[in-house]
Structures are given as structure tokens and as C-alpha cells.
Design a protein around this ligand. Structure first.
Ligand SMILES: [Zn+2]
Length: 80
């Protein structure tokens, strides 16, 4: 990764300038960006649908998760 491991925001912005970026990467960056915003808001770690706390286990695997397991599965089912 970059020269400043502690400066995550800068890293993300540098990422944004990359010319070749696939949709998956773009989506990941958007999710991370929103997660950072939710940390500022104090709503990070809560499901955006039901407001319940997201499992610690799940947040460890995916810190930018914005839905609890139940609502994430619901979303994935409906998008298929
Ligand atoms: Zn939920």
C-alpha cells in the first residue's frame, strides 16, 4: 500500500484518481467512504435498516458493513 499507513483518508483519495478501476473496486471505495462518514456521525456499526448493532464478528470481517446479517441477506436476495 502507500507511504502513510495511518492516513487512510489520503489513501482513499489517491485510489480515486486511478484511471483503471473496476466496478467492484469503485463500490468498495464508496462503502469505505460511507463507513468513514458513519464513524464521524457515530452511527457506524449499526444496521442502516433496523438500527441494531451489527455483529462484532461481521464487522471484523467487513468493517464497512452497513447492514446486519439479516438485512444484508435480504438485500442480496432481492438483488438477484
Ligand atoms: Zn438490520
Amino acid at each position: 500500500m502507500g507511504q502513510h499507513p495511518g492516513d487512510y483518508g489520503t489513501e482513499v483519495e489517491e485510489f480515486m484518481d486511478a484511471d483503471a478501476m473496476d466496478d467492484f473496486t469503485r463500490r468498495q471505495i464508496t462503502e469505505i467512504d460511507e463507513a468513514l462518514r458513519r464513524i464521524d456521525d457515530g452511527t457506524w456499526g449499526r444496521c442502516v435498516v433496523c438500527g441494531r448493532e451489527i455483529d462484532a464478528e461481521r464487522l471484523e470481517a467487513k468493517p464497512q458493513a452497513e447492514r446486519c446479517r439479516e438485512h444484508q441477506e435480504e438485500l442480496e436476495r432481492s438483488s438477484r
